[in-house]
Write a protein that binds this ligand. Structure first.
Ligand code: NAD
Length: 264
């Protein structure tokens, strides 16, 4: 028996389903791809990092019920993104990037790239995926947003704008998809233990001359009531939950995994 307080996996059967996960080569996307494959889905793993996708394939445990199909693609090729989504039953919009600069110094071309990858590509992927979902009368759209889809922080203008836009796109998809058995939701993590964040911790510790655990508590987790990083697998479990029959009435919402950050 599972001890109280020991999280176990959500029960989910995606046999016969195809799931597209963007940004699947690393961090949260990789955990989502492995989780959905474990649930029986054939996962179309999209990323511009082809070597990272090879690594994902190698990480798939033998005997996993589903599978991984690596699909190297730069999502700034919006037409290719739309084509890649055709035939998907589950769409996880996860790929993202970050640039931290004051607005007056923020390069316009970087703002454009962030909005393209994190907002326009999800729109095009939806365009590609929805006809098949509507034809089958079932679909699950999960948008990996962020606390920054709900709250702003200084110096993250493009990221915050893209995530707030993604929240609106997700809600609109929920309203349009409802008559067709398609749900659309956001998952909103606080800081997650990914290579990106771990590098940031080491850099901040060096820059401030303080131990890494103080960087976490004093800087990154200052607004989080729970003083720890979230694990990518915990985000993947929330994505899995949103794909279960038990979550079929959950749509148009934003599931914050933020350790109490937005409770302030
Ligand atoms: N790590 C966190 O603390 C955190 C917190 C909240 C939300 N998120 C969100 O979770 C998502 C995943 O973040 P992560 O931390 O796993 O980041 P990550 O950098 O580990 O992974 C992002 C992936 O997206 C891919 N990608 C970026 N641009 C691309 C493009 N143009 N075409 C194709 N692929 C591209 C990268 O190659 C990478 O594999 C992002 O949307 C991010 O905003 C992360």
């Amino acid at each position: 028996m599972t001890a109280i307080g020991t999280p176990g996996p959500v029960s989910l059967d995606l046999a016969g389903r195809t799931a597209l996960v963007t940004g699947a080569a690393g961090g949260i996307g990789r955990a989502c791809a492995l989780r959905l494959a474990a649930a029986g889905a054939v996962v179309r793993a999209v990323d511009r990092d082809a070597a990272g996708l090879d690594g994902l394939l190698d990480a798939l445990p033998a005997g996993t019920p589903g599978g991984i199909e690596p699909h190297p693609l730069d999502l700034t090729d919006l037409a290719a993104a739309e084509r890649a989504a055709a035939g998907s039953d589950v769409l996880v919009n996860n790929a993202g990037l970050q640039l931290v600069r004051p607005i007056e110094e923020f390069p316009p071309e970087a703002f454009h790239e962030v909005l393209t990858v994190m907002l326009e590509a999800p729109f095009r992927l939806l365009r590609g995926a929805l006809p098949h979902m509507y034809a089958r009368g079932w679909g699950r759209i999960v948008n990996i947003s962020s606390v920054h889809g709900l709250r702003a922080s200084p110096f993250k203008s493009a990221y915050v704008a893209a995530k707030h836009g993604l929240e609106g796109l997700s809600k609109t998809a929920a309203l349009e998809g409802a008559p067709h058995g398609v749900t659309s939701n956001c998952v909103n993590p606080g800081y997650v233990r990914t290579p990106l964040v771990e590098r940031q911790i080491a850099d901040q510790a060096a820059a401030h001359g303080i131990p890494e655990d103080r960087v976490l508590a004093d800087i990154l987790l200052a607004d989080s009531a729970l003083k720890r990083l979230l694990e990518p697998e915990e985000v993947a479990e929330a994505v899995a939950y949103l794909c279960t029959p038990q979550a079929s009435f959950v749509t148009g919402t934003s599931l914050a995994l933020d350790g109490g950050w937005t409770a302030h």
